[in-house]
Design a protein around this ligand. Structure first.
Ligand code: IP8
Length: 269
């Protein structure tokens, strides 16, 4: 099986799979179980290979924000915190994998910090052999936003959104789905502004007119704005993506089964 055939890249947002805004390191079990079920149902009906990347929500953003871990090395206190943060991220990833496996999805954890390094916050020439091999074996790789060593900054944060961009581009994905807890991108923050309107399609020309930072919880990797940046870069390579609301029942399954226009499409200009 070629990995270029029907490869879907899926991001499960940290605000959906954890109780991100509570500030506590708690998995949103109900959402995770429902999403695993939707994934497994879609996979039974459609033939596709998939790479899952999950956000880290309250398991990562709070500590990363408090110690300014995305700014790179500033002091030794930060370095002491890194293994603690890593432990929390692995705990979350193990819980995600366990729930997916309980729903008969054959998955395998891929820990970005054990595999790759960054250069000034970006992945470059990252080795993808392991991921390609897993796909050939029909095992679903499950990655997550992580803290990596950085040749320029000492260390920095690799967001799940950058992983989405990198893998989709290098492996030529046919579909990119970014699951969040809002219906897509709005012209104002929908969590505080009732009149906010959903934008159906974004490209590099119309993006400037929108206010895109809808995250109300601590987010060190840029929230909705960060996502759109990565997805617009992907659109430059001709790869379309869609931001959808996976906190609503059935939306992920519909999207995996080919339905488009249920959120905000990020399209080539
Ligand atoms: O939740 C962030 O990944 P994201 C990773 O995908 C850390 O933005 C460690 C904060």
């Amino acid at each position: 099986m070629s990995v270029r055939n029907k490869l879907i890249i899926l991001k499960l947002g940290g605000s959906v799979i954890t109780h991100k805004s509570s500030g506590r390191k708690m998995v949103n079990r109900k959402n995770l179980e429902r999403l695993s079920l939707e994934l497994s149902r879609a996979q039974k009906k459609e033939k596709f290979s998939i790479i899952i990347i999950h956000g880290v929500g309250s398991f990562g953003h709070i500590i990363a924000g408090k110690f300014k871990l995305n700014d790179g090395f500033k002091n030794k206190k930060q370095v002491k915190v890194i293994p603690l943060l890593r432990g929390d991220l692995e705990k979350l990833n193990t819980k995600v994998i366990k729930t997916l496996m309980e729903n008969k999805l054959n998955t395998m954890a891929v820990h970005p910090s054990s595999l790759w390094t960054l250069n000034n916050r970006r992945l470059k020439n990252a080795n993808l052999d392991m991921i390609k091999n897993l796909l050939k074996l029909e095992l679903t790789p499950v990655l997550y936003g992580d803290i990596l060593t950085d040749s320029k900054l000492g260390f920095s944060i690799l967001s799940g959104d950058q992983i989405v961009y990198y893998l989709a581009k290098k492996l030529n994905a046919v579909k990119v789905i970014v699951g969040t807890d809002v219906d897509g991108v709005f012209d104002a923050n929908p969590k505080i502004n009732k009149g906010a309107k959903l934008i159906k399609e974004i490209n590099k020309h119309n993006v400037k007119q929108f206010c895109v930072n809808a995250s109300t919880a601590v987010d060190v990797t840029g929230g909705m704005g960060g996502k759109i940046n990565e997805l617009l870069k992907l659109a430059n390579f001709g790869i379309e993506s869609e931001i959808i609301n996976i906190s609503k029942q059935g939306i992920l399954e519909k999207s995996l089964r080919g339905k488009k226009g249920i959120g905000t499409l990020i399209v080539p200009a």
